[in-house]
Design a binder for this molecule. Sequence first.
Ligand code: GLC
Ligand code: CA
Length: 584
Amino acid sequence: MTSLLGLLQTSKKKEGILGKYREIAFRKFLIGSVYGECIMAHEKPWWQRTSIYQIYPRSYRDSNGDGIGDIPGIIEKLDYIHDMGFETIWISPFYASPQEDWGYDVSGYRDIAPEYGSLRDVEHLINEVHRRGMKVLFDLVLNHTSIQHPWFTESCSGRDNPKSDWYIWRDGAGANRPPNNWKAIPGGSGWHFHPGRGQWYYASFLPFQPDLNYRNLAVKDEMFKVVKYWLDKGVDGFRLDIFHAIYKADHFKNNPFHWSFMPKDDKYGYFTEWKYTISQPETIGLAHELRKLLDSYSPQRFMIGEIFGEDKLIRQYLGDNAEGMHAIFLWKMMDYRFQASFFWDVLNHYETWYPAPFQPVLVLGNHDSRRWIDRIAGSFQKAKLISLLQLTARGIPVVYYGEEIGLPEGELPAKNALDPVGRRYSWIPKWLLDVLGIYTNRDNCRTPMVWSDSPQGGFTEENADPWLPLSADPRSANVAAQADQPNSLLNWYKSVLNLRQNSSALRDGSLILLSRQLAQNGLLGFFRQSKDEKIGVLINFSNRPVEVDLKASRILLQTGTASLSGSKVNLASLSCAVIEMLDS
Ligand code: GLC
Ligand code: CA
């Protein structure tokens, strides 16, 4: 860990240098405006240069003391997010829903769940985001509705109602036998018998989330209208939930056998290859169609897909000329090892498969995965190194709420989990899930945001009952305390994001990795280079000090102990630095 003295020195240097840096950036901006270069500086679309902050609305901030986070609560915290330096917010679903999967089971795409607020609140949120010069993405669940959506109720009512074909209905293969061997993504058959209709419906996820039938053009048309409805309200785009599942093959043949039971390569699992249930050609076509729709709007809109698959497939969704889905989550960092060589390999892989104009999406955590600070035993220092990498490598960083304060993973038992996936698998012992590397009880990554050290962490009123308990004593990580400590994790995010905002190299530049040899010795290094700037990022993951000769001119930002001697950079163990290069 860094010494106290080191920390103090870091903070002073950081402020001074960053202040200076901002001044230069401002001067450049002024000159730019005068000579019309401002436009040049922004020739890349906003979404390629942005940084995204994900909010799980139920857990962010409860404005009325009912223990449930809500839209007015998010509005209250917009200044916090803006001051930190994020430019875009993605909000998990807040539409009408019976909340069996906490909003990923929609029962009204144009309605707002009353516990989150009203349509007026949502419109107000969009305005407030825009007033701060930021963008907002809504979460769109196109693949399935809730079983309680009126469309499904109607569809169930018989075989000849106007919505009878809105979902995927089939006759069984025999008494009590589903139509074919198609499995759901979280396991088990994807087919569920409906006694009223006497047929089976298909659900890619859980039984209460029936898949819509996009082969019925009325369904597709309606969902496009939903997209337009929100675009017309001014939303800047969408995060698209399990997009790769949207079409299923229309011949309904069995998926081929595959030897792996455990889900593998996003393609196999439960002894089948998911050949006919995910990423059908029509699904890829749909991404391109949606892009055309979004492109017809001004200012520019954006979509980011939750899609799993091999890189070759992801590239098809993105389109040969980047004319398909704008961006797609890339998952390689989620299971990171705290090793320079691990991250070197990932960045190298992303550069190989997603060179400009493609923009990799750099994500470490979300509402479905273990909080990533857990993998480094809660070390804030290590978290600083990883977040630097995430926020300065080429790509769109997506940060999940709480990561910026090192919010810990909860330890809630699966038995009575509120998460349906956690509950479903609560019979499997936790140690076994851990050995298999499977994360099921998502309650633990969805615990309330902690704003202060008060009993409910400032998430809700002190005597209120939060929907999920806090993951830890609020004194261990909270916004108020960290805002006051110059060297806190929160202030680190702020400094890095500020640097990023003011640097054309960090936002738009190419990425050049230093050698893998260095990474094998614990040092991850890369340059970011734009037309008028070259910046180096050096991260020492190892337990030893390292020295590297880089033609460095000065350190712009650092944590731990970093120094320059001549043009050489010295980094103590678990230290990192952002460096301005002599040849920039
Ligand atoms: C996505 C969401 C997850 C949800 C599932 C079903 O994976 O991220 O939270 O449970 O889709 O909609
Ligand atoms: Ca509330």
